[in-house]
Design a protein around this ligand. Sequence first.
Ligand code: PHE
Length: 467
Amino acid sequence: MEVMTDQSSAPAQDAARRDGFASRVGFVLSAAGSAIGLGNIWRFPYMAGEGGGAAFVLVYILFVLLLGFPVMMAEFSIGQATRRGAVQSFEVLAPGTRWSWVGRLGVSAGYAILAFYSAVAGWALGYLEKSVSGAFASPISADASGELFSSFIASPVTSIPAAALIIALSAAVVFKGVGRGIERASFVLMPIFFLLLLGLAVHSLMLPGAGDGLRFLFKPDLSKLTVPIVMSALGQAFFSLSIGMGVMVTYGSYLNRRETGLAPLALSSVAADTGVALLAGLIIFPAIFTAGMKPAGGPGLAFVTLPTIFSTLPMGSLIATAFYALLVIAALTSIVSMIELIAADLVDRKGWTRGRAVLLIAGVGFLLGIPCALSFGGSAFFTRFFGVPDGFFGLLNIAFGNLVMVLGGLFICLFVGWKWGMPQALKVLGIAEGKKLGVLLSFSIRWLCPAAIAAVLIFIVITGKFF
Ligand code: PHE
């Protein structure tokens, strides 16, 4: 493991104060740890299931490759250039302008995503406990599993404390700092995560429904594509990579300033994230087809359909335990990054101590998380919430998880491509302007990403179909 020393030209006192990643490997594991999360294992399969399978997957992969990688590089370049949090970075690079609102939008999205995300992580924790205590040791029917899930998520007595516990655990990691908290936790958690994931995928691919599962995921029927499906694939690409809200600006700010060759780091994070989403699909869909169930199960897919299947398998309790442990671990390293996004802003811009920042964020996240946890029957008001599917939870999930992240991505590209300038960004990234990668990144950040995002958003407005 190579250890980096701080050679930045920032004032010595500042460099000493600012925490950072100790190694490239630790940085990649942390960035990938942020990207890889419930978005891959819970959100991707249910969105793909609702979006008709392979057609959604194809568009999603195109967006990840064509837009995801350049936007992640753009974010890294901003963070590396300024070594500041998501809001202050824009203030430093474009003083006296309104660009810092891009950062503020991202930080607000951090609170909103933290809220609904920790609710789902709380479900995973509850299901981990159920698996360990043998709830899926003997076969349960789809109806019984549906009821178990509905009554579990409708009961605030369990779902709220579970979400609180998850937030508290993640906050404790962030409190310890970047190098000693986030990087170390990622070093331990990510390898366990990959082992569990691979084991489960191998197991699923040996099921009789594996062929149907593979066809569903990889044999596209493009006639199934609609504007809302394209939008959800776009939103999912941004959500899954944790881009468009400043998380990667923040992580980039903790890298040594002289660290060049960021492209392989971004590429590894993107590849790992996409690989994990596809593996999650390979775990879930063979199991679904084996049991003769429907892929369009919505947000309950990983919680209703899977336990039914686990309960019929030999060593079902063990497999269920592995799966929900996987979900909890994946969620933790992502929640850590949401908290860090906001904490870095409060520490850098407002001069708060880490402890105070983390306490405030955990508190707000927890309070906002309560209506999310009550959106599934716990409270009629939040469940129905102005007719949005999945109530208050659904509103945060779609508005912030999809729309705001995509909008943020658009603004970040416009900022780097047209305001701050590609030559500066490429210089920070250590990429020659005339080389293939430089030309490709310039084209993507200046033209391709803004045009693609704008086109999808315009279609949404014209058709008026948001969901
Ligand atoms: N990318 C994470 C996931 O896939 C979610 C996330 C979104 C994390 C936004 C940080 C910021 O689960």
